[in-house]
Design a protein around this ligand. Structure first.
Ligand code: GLY
Length: 403
């Protein structure tokens, strides 16, 4: 038995010990502060970029090449991401300056409404005009979107049940459909809702069903390209174009699939889409090659891992999709999805990925990989990394605000 001063001394030592170890624990920055930091930096960068490009008629940012800003015109598949990012940041901070630039750069994408030579019209117009219409209800934006949806629909063939993605490589692919194409479907469902014309959403559902049937492996990873035989309507080739190997898991492709089926569940309420999205999420979350910071290497099966490049764009797309998926799954799995998305947001907002103000040619994020095997856009910023990063930040901010 200790006497009273023995007990006091023991308690004091215990308290000092607890205080010491508590003070040694790293301070975790509140998620709200991380989000604000990311949005603030993205806004600074996007405005610097806007000023730089203002006098360059018709030009939009693309990436960095040989140390300099690389630009594109409206016809590059990524033309809509920068105006879309401006709209998201205007939604977050509705200043006249952000609105003016969002309108200016959205207008530069308008000619994309007549593009019928590839499937990317959805990316181009939904991110730019779609966000613009959502926030302003400008009737001219609606007209552009309806024309664009008609252009995209020309690439749908009923006997295949899918939109044709690309027209090149005709000697190899009869009717190529890439997993990325899932992302263009939202444009069609949005235009159906706007106009009441169900043909567009029917195309989207048919395409998603066909892709669900043929793009996925038993472990819920997916192929990049599936080419359909134009007579039988069945796949004749399953392979990759941007991934490491035909049977590998190209990271951004997996992220497109996750986002695409999460979005299609929201748009249609079809349970099969949610089941598939959940299975894709499980595959990605539990992948043994997912790095500790949750920013994937550009391909999950690249033999050189960890000595290869990351793809911040895949992390941003995944984070945004996982936040949405977490709101649909109100259970432990949903919590897990949100936890991974939070880790991705924290990583992307750290100095390892988020550029200093005025650096990185005024893109927000560093370290994305466009087309590694083609040695194109390797370890560079990309407009879609910034777009989905900002989307994820805003989704997370709304979610925290709603709690
Ligand atoms: N849609 C083309 C890409 O993700 O690189």
């Amino acid at each position: 038995m200790k006497n009273w001063y023995g007990r006091v001394a023991t308690s004091a030592v215990t308290l000092i010990g607890v205080a010491f170890f508590t003070s040694c624990e790293p301070r975790v920055e509140p998620l709200e502060d991380v989000i604000e930091k990311g949005l603030e930096r993205a806004t600074e960068q996007v405005l610097l970029m806007a000023k730089e490009l203002e006098a360059k008629e018709g030009k939009l940012p693309k990436s960095i090449k040989d140390g300099n800003l690389e630009m594109s015109g409206y016809s590059w598949w990524c033309s809509g991401f920068y105006p879309g990012e401006l709209w998201y940041l205007y939604e977050n901070t509705p200043t006249p300056e952000l609105k003016r630039y969002a309108e200016l750069y959205t207008d530069r994408v308008e000619p994309a409404k007549n593009v019928t030579s590839n499937h990317d019209v959805g990316f181009m117009l939904n991110c730019s005009f779609g966000n613009g219409y959502r926030l302003t209800q400008n009737p001219e934006y609606k007209d552009v979107m309806v024309t664009g949806a008609r252009s995209l629909a020309t690439r749908y063939k009923e006997h295949i049940g899918a939109i044709r993605s690309w027209d090149f490589n005709k000697q190899k692919w009869q009717y190529p459909v890439i997993i990325d194409n899932m992302m263009n479907l939202e444009f069609l469902t949005v235009v159906s809702r706007m106009t009441g014309d169900k043909q567009f959403s029917q195309i989207a559902v048919n395409h998603a069903d066909k892709t669900m049937e043929h793009h996925f492996r038993p472990d819920y990873s997916c192929y990049h390209v599936v080419s359909y035989d134009t007579i039988t309507g069945l796949p004749h080739i399953k392979q990759t174009h941007q991934g490491w190997a035909d049977e590998s898991s190209w990271s951004r492709g997996q992220a497109w699939a996750l986002y695409g089926y999460t979005m299609m569940y929201r748009e249609t309420g079809k349970k099969e889409y949610l089941d598939l999205a959940n299975n894709i999420a499980s595959y990605l979350i539990n992948h043994p090659n997912m790095p500790e910071d949750k920013v994937p290497y550009w391909d999950f099966d690249m033999p050189e891992i960890p000595n290869t490049t990351r793809d911040a764009s895949a992390a941003a797309i995944m984070a945004s999709a996982l936040i949405e998926l977490s709101t649909i799954n109100q259970n432990d799995f949903g919590k897990k999805c949100l936890d991974i998305a939070e880790q991705q947001i924290r990583s992307l907002t750290s100095p390892a990925y988020l550029a200093e103000k005025g650096s990185n040619c005024n893109f927000a994020l560093m370290h994305s990989t466009g087309h590694f095997r083609g040695n194109i856009e390797v370890d560079v910023p990309l407009t879609y990394a910034d777009y989905y990063y900002v989307e994820a930040l805003i989704r997370m901010k709304k979610l925290l605000g709603a709690k």
